[in-house]
Design a protein around this ligand. Structure first.
Ligand code: AN7
Length: 352
């Protein structure tokens, strides 16, 4: 079967009038990869899957929301779009806007966007504007600009982004034949946890699943406004994708947490980087640091004895591809060994 992207696949659940406006890069249909390593770590009663959203066309889950946001912008006759971003939204907006023949403007925090995201945004043809401020500042600017100028806002305050991102839950349920018991993921601007919960509820209302999962969201400890209950003025974390101090979907995320009987907790940068390395070196799955926050969280819960009396299926969403952030990968793994072009030198370096 040819996969035509998430709007075609889940059209009855998507608020688009006419299929002719669909702008797609065939996003979605990402793999659920069994994690034998995490199953061993968390105890014998869980089946654990990694939903590798880095396998989307621009390398992150943002493509699911962006196909909807740009299709709706096209339907409305928009000529240009704008977003604030820690990088992945920028890359997705730039790609889908180009495909739709629209201009894109992306406002990013200078020095805090991973190299692969910056490179992608530029080559897709966005006008990339770096500010000497953080993501929250950038989001304020784009909200203002889109209210008074002819550019459509495609951040997740645009409700169509959340509608598209619901498709992640549908895919998980379709693949498993049920909803998982537990669903873990990182939380930044808090759109994704809101979207997944909305998707599970929609499938439940449609009679497709009998139960909905417990939502387990994890923020970085230096950027954990929802955990602390107040905005963080100067968020800090190695996971630049989730370096956000005042999430736009704060209330929806709290509702997802509370309605699902779940939690939003935090993990330190050390815990994030440890999970990041373990996923790559034990499971062969390379995600970006922010994506590992969900896995860091479930490992933290293990230390607290949380999984002892639990059973069922756990899905951890890996939100973006590791290749997005080569600098952090090399920083964590170390440089390659350099030797002269001589067999002896190569053998010596191999140290068999
Ligand atoms: C890899 O790109 O906010 O809680 O501007 O790139 O839905 O914000 C990115 C967020 C997790 C957090 N993992 O998701 C942006 C942006 C990765 C991300 C998140 C982001 P939300």
């Amino acid at each position: 079967m040819v996969w035509h992207g998430i709007i075609h696949q889940y059209f009855p659940y998507m608020p688009l009038e006419d299929k002719q406006h669909i702008v797609t890069l065939n996003e979605g249909n990402t793999p659920l990869i069994r994690s034998l390593y995490l199953e061993k770590q968390l105890g014998g009663n869980l089946e654990v899957y990694l939903k590798h959203e880095g396998m989307n066309p621009t390398g992150s889950f943002k493509d699911r929301g962006m196909t909807m946001a740009i299709s709706k912008a096209k339907e409305a006759g928009a000529k240009a779009v704008i977003c604030a971003s820690t990088g992945n939204t920028a890359a997705a907006a730039a790609a889908y806007a180009s495909r739709a023949g629209m201009k894109s403007f992306v406002i990013i925090p200078e020095g805090n966007v991973a190299l692969g995201k910056l490179a992608a945004s530029l080559i897709y043809g966005a006008k990339v504007i770096q500010i000497s401020g953080n993501f929250d500042d950038a989001l304020c600017f784009v909200r203002d600009i889109s209210e008074s100028h002819p550019v459509s806002l495609v951040n997740s305050v645009n409700p169509y982004r959340i509608e598209g991102q619901k498709s992640g839950s549908f895919e998980i349920c379709d693949a498993l034949g049920k909803a998982p018991e537990f669903h873990a993921l990182p939380v930044g601007n808090a759109g994704n946890i809101s979207a997944y919960w909305k998707g599970y509820k929609a499938y439940h209302d449609a009679g497709k699943i009998e139960q909905t999962p417990m939502m387990l969201g994890f923020q970085a400890a230096g950027a954990a406004p929802i955990v602390h209950g107040h905005p963080i003025e100067n968020p800090e974390t190695v996971a630049t994708a989730i370096k956000i101090g005042n999430p736009a979907s704060w209330q929806m995320a709290e509702a997802a947490r509370d309605d699902s009987g779940g939690m939003i907790d935090m993990v330190t940068d050390d815990e994030i980087l440890a999970a990041y390395k373990l996923l790559a070196s034990k499971d062969g799955v390379f995600c970006e640091p922010a994506s590992a926050a969900g896995v860091a969280g479930v490992l933290k819960l293990e230390q607290q004895g949380f999984w002892k009396d639990k059973s069922g299926t756990l899905v951890c969403v890996l939100t973006g591809h590791g290749l997005k952030d080569p600098d952090n990968a090399i920083k964590q793994a170390g440089q390659p060994i350099s030797v002269p072009a001589e067999l002896d030198a190569v053998l010596e370096a191999m140290d068999l």
